[in-house]
Design a protein. Structure first.
Length: 359
């Protein structure tokens, strides 16, 4: 397996403010051969040394995308991590496919040195969001009845690559639930647990697992955002990984029945018996309480809404079936790093506390 090594490379990270995209940028900037351009709706602060600049863009607007991205002639790699949420699975297809199309077609026309497009997927590819599915999920598993926007996105890349004359390659990266520290993201499970635990503690309550009864004892897998960043760049930079999909997980699996008491101990709390709670409902009136907690502990000025991922937490805690994949393909291709999921949670909680996100 050979690794590309052609001097300076420019990464276009689409979805730069998310849990995945922000960690990917952080990792790329530790590698001297990379310059980075981050795309998001909000934009961001550029680095003084010129290695990172941000562009605010509405990728659903083809005109805005062309205006903002057409000058990016030096892009060599697209790392696509953007996501638009909609109420139903069928409604997800059009916006998420349109954003990818607008990005790829604009950059492909502007950047003659484009070499690789990395597409971030997930276990929705296997139907993990729909109900019990075959585990461990493997990259070769058959697709299911659409709609599923990840199918459309990968099919689009395959067709676009063929039209380009195989000028660039692609990879599809499939993480489990991602553990990261970025704020303002609707899919941050670790942050939801941390805020839920902090509020429970302030109310003098034990830490109860709030999911479905059957979910407490099922096998679950997670993917550390830092590990995911390393794997994503690894797949993009290795020619032997071209045009392949890879499951990326921490390398271990666990049950909430084992992990939950450990999380409670970290917060110096007792564990209560599991009780099904719709967090999106029961936590919806807790903003005033959180504001008083923030004042009492001198927390950073983040709005309660920014810290809330209750709908996603409800979704994850509803999985009363096993949720894990086979990650051996990445190892066979040469990626051997791993993260212990228990330590990942502790590290993320410590980061939230250090940054005064939680008390």
């Amino acid at each position: 397996m050979s690794t590309e090594n052609t001097g300076k490379q420019t990464a276009l990270v689409v979805g730069a403010k998310g849990v995945i995209g922000s960690k990917l940028i952080e990792h790329l900037l530790t590698l001297p051969e990379w310059d980075v351009i981050g795309l998001s709706r909000r934009g961001g602060e550029d680095r003084a040394d010129g290695r990172l600049r941000h562009i605010a863009v509405d990728l659903l607007d083809a005109g805005d995308t062309r205006a903002k991205l057409a000058p990016l002639e030096h892009v060599t790699h697209i790392f696509y991590t953007a996501y638009q949420h909609r109420a139903t699975w069928s409604e997800l297809v059009a916006p998420n496919l349109a954003m990818l199309e607008n990005t790829v077609e604009t950059v492909e026309a502007a950047a003659p040195g484009l070499r690789h497009i990395s597409l971030m997927q997930g276990y929705k590819v296997y139907g993990g969001h729909l109900g019990p599915f075959k585990t461990p999920a493997r990259e070769t598993d058959a697709q299911f009845m659409p709609p599923e926007f990840m199918f459309d996105q990968q099919r689009y890349l395959e067709q676009q690559q063929a039209q380009s004359g195989q000028r660039w390659s692609w990879s599809a990266i499939r993480p489990a639930v991602v553990g990261g520290a970025a704020l303002g993201n609707p899919m941050n499970l670790a942050l939801a647990i941390a805020v839920y635990a902090s509020i429970s503690k302030a109310l003098g309550l034990p830490l109860r697992f709030p999911g479905k009864p059957g979910a407490y004892d099922k096998l679950v897998e997670m993917t550390d955002a830092g590990l995911l960043a390393k794997a994503t760049v690894w797949a993009a930079a290795n020619e032997g990984c071209a045009n392949q999909a890879f499951n990326i997980g921490n390398g271990d699996i666990f049950r909430w029945s084992e992990m939950w008491p450990k999380i409670a101990r970290w917060f110096d709390m007792e564990v209560g018996p599991p009780l099904p709670l719709a967090l999106a409902d029961v936590m919806s009136d807790k903003a005033p309480l959180w504001e008083s907690i923030a004042r009492a502990h001198g927390l950073a000025a983040h709005s309660y809404d920014t810290l809330s991922s209750w709908g996603f937490a409800d979704f994850v805690f509803s999985w009363d079936y096993d949720m894990f994949g086979d990650v051996s393909k990445a190892r066979r291709f040469g990626f051997h790093e791993y993260v212990e999921s228990e330590r990942m949670f502790y590290r993320l909680f410590e980061e939230f506390r250090r940054n005064k996100v939680i008390p």
